[in-house]
Design a protein around this ligand. Structure first.
Ligand SMILES: Cc1ncc(COP(=O)(O)O)c(C=O)c1O
Length: 443
């Protein structure tokens, strides 16, 4: 059967979309980064349908959120069933069965053998805020480490840890004090000019010999905030040895490791949590995005002995609301029953097809990823590896007008983050469109 996506019925944007965008431009905050004139109306699996009936192939899944595809019927049913029973009573003061069940499930799923406890939030940034507070409370220390290129969210604590784009910070100071950014192990562009496989982990040496000896007393560090795969920064996979060394440093100096799995967690990388690829048992793990297939929900999962804050010290009115929890329980059931394996299998195929394209196009600098978290870094040429955001942006734009939704990440990378239900046919279709675009760009 010939694959039927994408299917564009009007020029883009269509007439109804144009009207809505006009109203939106007048009334909605100008801070949003809406690069494509797409007014999302309906979604079904890998398909996104706009207000004018144009059908797109969605390879961004609401920025790695709609993990089970758009409006998975079983998730929709779980939401309906819960909404008919109870929408809110406030988990701060009352118990919900779905919330307790979800906490139990997440505790069991979290990497490592120690007992865990869960605190619920409504978003990624709120999870990061909770992790900042908990790590300071638990260690009685104040200082935090985060990485260059990191994205942890936009509330004040999370923003202080973010090291992604200047526009996100400019004009918003003062931020949280005592945050130090250290180099992310981004081997394609090693800050120390080294090559992975031949280096002696200068990035770790820099931590030990410069940061810990000259600028930040390690005995004052509460936690290091680490994305096991850096997301917004460019879908960057660190070497496993780096994570091992980081764990050694955390043990030696007594600081916690907070894994921000908000983008890379919930089955996306072909394991339930990306930390598992690196043998990492985080002291605290932040999750959100893909946990509830699009319903607003986040959480931190911490080692039970770490989550020692007392009665009344932290809470959230909406956090862990029953409808989102019901959606999360169903989402996890689907992820466990085949989607995590599918992410590993289809992700490997996607990576293989992108790698096959690489020799023909000198602007494909690097192709990397795990499972369905795949990035393609666009450069002027592979010799200079000079970042080329202009070509990257052109690729995203042309893809959109071909009916393929892909987003960028980092200054010059294309991100592929389809739903975990993606099939080979979708990947072939995506790659065929890309190849057509690449030919257009190079002729
Ligand atoms: C790794 C990571 N942490 C935190 C966040 C912030 O999440 P939210 O936008 O839900 O606040 C994001 C969002 O992109 C993220 O990718």
């Amino acid at each position: 059967m010939a694959y039927s996506l994408p299917h564009l019925r009007t020029k883009l944007p269509g007439p109804q979309a144009e009207q809505i965008i006009k109203t939106d431009k007048q009334y909605v905050s100008p801070s949003y980064t809406r690069d494509f004139p797409c007014v999302a109306e309906r979604g079904e699996g890998m398909k996104l349908i706009d207000i004018d009936g144009n059908e797109f192939l969605d390879f961004c899944s609401g920025i790695a959120v709609c993990s089970t595809g758009h409006c998975h019927p079983e998730v929709v049913q779980a939401i309906k069933d819960q909404a008919e029973k109870l929408i809110h009573m406030s988990g701060t003061d009352f118990y919900y069965q779905v919330q307790s069940n979800l906490a139990k499930k997440l505790s069991e799923l979290a990497p490592g053998g120690s007992n865990k406890r869960v605190f619920f939030t409504n978003s990624g940034a709120e999870s990061v805020e909770a992790a900042i507070k908990l790590s300071r409370y638990n260690t009685h220390r104040t200082r935090l480490l985060a990485y260059t290129g990191a994205f942890h969210g936009r509330t004040y604590g999370a923003l202080s840890l973010t090291g992604s784009k200047i526009v996100q910070k400019a004009g918003f100071s003062p931020l949280l004090p005592d945050v130090t950014h250290i180099p992310y192990p981004y081997c394609y562009r090693c800050m120390f000019g080294q090559k992975y496989g031949f280096c002696r982990f200068e990035c770790v040496k820099y931590l030990e010999e410069t940061i810990f000896e000259k600028t930040v007393p390690p005995s004052e560090i509460a936690a290091v905030f680490f994305e096991p795969i850096q997301g917004e920064g460019g879908y960057i996979v660190p070497p496993k040895e780096y994570v091992t060394r980081l764990q050694e440093l955390s043990k030696k100096h007594g600081f916690l490791i907070v894994a921000d799995e908000i983008q890379c967690g919930m089955g996306r990388t072909g394991k339930m949590f990306a930390s598992e690829h690196f043998g990492l048992e985080p002291d605290i793990m932040c999750i959100a995005k893909g946990i509830a297939s699009g319903m607003p929900l986040g959480a931190i999962i911490a080692k039970a002995e770490v989550m020692n804050w007392p009665y009344g010290s932290h809470a959230s009115t909406f956090g862990g609301n029953p409808v989102s929890c019901a959606a999360a329980l169903k989402t996890i059931e689907l992820i466990e029953n085949g989607l995590v394996e599918n992410a590993a299998k289809q992700g490997a195929y996607l990576l293989e097809r992108l790698k096959k394209l690489q020799p023909d196009y000198d602007f494909i600098g690097d192709v990397r990823g795990m499972g369905l978290m795949v990035g393609m870094e666009i450069v002027t040429d592979r010799e200079s590896i000079k970042a080329n955001p202009a070509i990257r942006n052109k690729i995203l734009e042309l893809a959109f007008y071909e009916g393929l939704i892909i987003l960028g990440c980092g200054p010059n990378s294309v991100r592929f983050a389809p739903a975990l239900i993606v099939e080979k046919e979708h990947i072939d279709c995506c790659l065929d469109i890309l190849e057509k675009i690449f030919k257009k760009i190079t002729t």
